[in-house]
Ligand binder design. Sequence first.
Ligand SMILES: N=c1c2ncn([C@@H]3O[C@H](COP(=O)(O)OP(=O)(O)OP(=O)(O)O)[C@@H](O)[C@H]3O)c2ncn1[C@@H]1O[C@H](COP(=O)(O)O)[C@@H](O)[C@H]1O
Length: 109
Amino acid sequence: MTSMEILQRLQRVLAERRNAAPDSSYVAGLYAKGTDGICKKVAEEAAEAIMAAKDGDQTHLVKEVTDLWFHSMVLLAHFGVGVEDVAAEFLRREGVSGIEEKKQRGNPS
Ligand SMILES: N=c1c2ncn([C@@H]3O[C@H](COP(=O)(O)OP(=O)(O)OP(=O)(O)O)[C@@H](O)[C@H]3O)c2ncn1[C@@H]1O[C@H](COP(=O)(O)O)[C@@H](O)[C@H]1O
């Protein structure tokens, strides 16, 4: 199974959880908390990933980034978008240097 297939499989479960009772599923509980609640978890997981990176522990870092990706996927699903949309955006950016892209924004800062 490819990495993309694993993410798509999770995404299908996240979509199914839209119809689940909040007390029966962690994901349904997150949806019930709304945008603010889901964003709060994404922020918490980002902070935990940063702390793992600072510890220099690869295994811990992978676990925390997995939590971050998972909660980010719940946020995407909450807005009706998915991993295909993120992949398409990466594809659109492919080969465009971040330095060049920033210059083209015409932002003086
Ligand atoms: N991949 C995950 C996954 N990764 C992390 N988590 C949960 O995310 C939470 C991480 O939050 P924390 O580390 O802050 O732990 P916590 O303190 O218990 O969380 P809070 O009570 O503070 O919200 C934990 O409860 C983890 O179990 C996940 N929960 C579910 N999934 C996938 O989602 C599917 C659907 O899950 P349910 O909706 O619960 O059936 C599962 O079958 C899995 O495939």
